[in-house]
Ligand binder design. Sequence first.
Ligand SMILES: *Cc1c(COP(=O)(O)O)cnc(C)c1O
Length: 356
Amino acid sequence: MKKHNFYAGPSILPEFTIKNTAEAVVNFAGTGLSVMEVSHRSKEFVEVMEKAIALVKELLDVPAGYEVIFVGGGASTQFCTVPYNLLNKKAAYLNTGSWAAKAQKEAKLFGEVIEVASSKDKNYNYIPKGFEVPADVDYLHITSNNTIYGTEIKTDLDLGVRLVADMSSDIFSRPVDISKYDIIYAGAQKNLAPSGVTVAIVKEDALGKVDRAIPTMLDYRTHIDKGSMFNTPPVLPVYAALQTLTWLKDNGGIQAMNKKNVEKATLLYDEIDNNKFFKATVEAQEDRSIMNICFVMNEEYAELEKDFMELATSKGCVGIKGHRSVGGFRASTYNALPRESVEVLVAAMKEFASKH
Ligand SMILES: *Cc1c(COP(=O)(O)O)cnc(C)c1O
């Protein structure tokens, strides 16, 4: 039976990415060698890296003065790379979930950290609004999409300070005004590639303003100056990333992808809101993520959770169990997830309602 992959990460990738990467594992760019066994300095792989960087810039309309890098270490390493490179005295953090809190924790190793607002009081089921950011902070850090809790900041904040965003789970899902940000970073395994590579978009003007010495591998400058080839990059994930970026471009780019994502999310949220057995964990429309849709059984039907899980599983739905800190269900509807998969899940919810 066809599987409908709702995993939160690692997560669904386009068939185009899987197929081309599988081919390159056997025979890369006509070399007769696997992409895993050619030098990263070979002209074939250098071209892969250069194209991947160029496509990120093209798809996201990255303005002059910014550079794109591919590095290892996951988004979690960026939690320390950002303050290492940017935090002189004081930084502001918006606490919208456990990833945001983890980023904040790392920053405390480097200077004073001000938590400008937090939604922890309600298990992170909303995005705080109307908070103030002191003008003298080195930057404000936000997590644009909270993968575990299903909230998303869908507008580009402009609060008069440098802005850093962890976009691990919504990069490439919606248009972003890059000029509003100083650093954007994203682990690849949600919307781009297999785990092992992280993409960062860095405003060069943000660098060189801290007094401390920065270890070579954690210095953004190193990777910018060497075109992400200072050391051996994660070649296979970068190759896969290039496939996904190519697929994105061939399918109309970010605008077209966003339109499909909004349609998929609307389809599912509408069913959750209208089906008396289910309830969305995030109430405010404007805070609802279009990438990770979290819902639970309505209280009076709590004991039926297992039954719905069984029904959805029998229809081929995989990975819809909610994160342990929220419970219930989470359907991740990343770029590569076809609308058909959401339709199958919605049909299962309707069938469930008519059965009970
Ligand atoms: C998954 C995730 C992370 C962690 O990424 P790693 O690459 O595993 O370190 C960080 N932030 C967000 C928003 C995520 O979804």
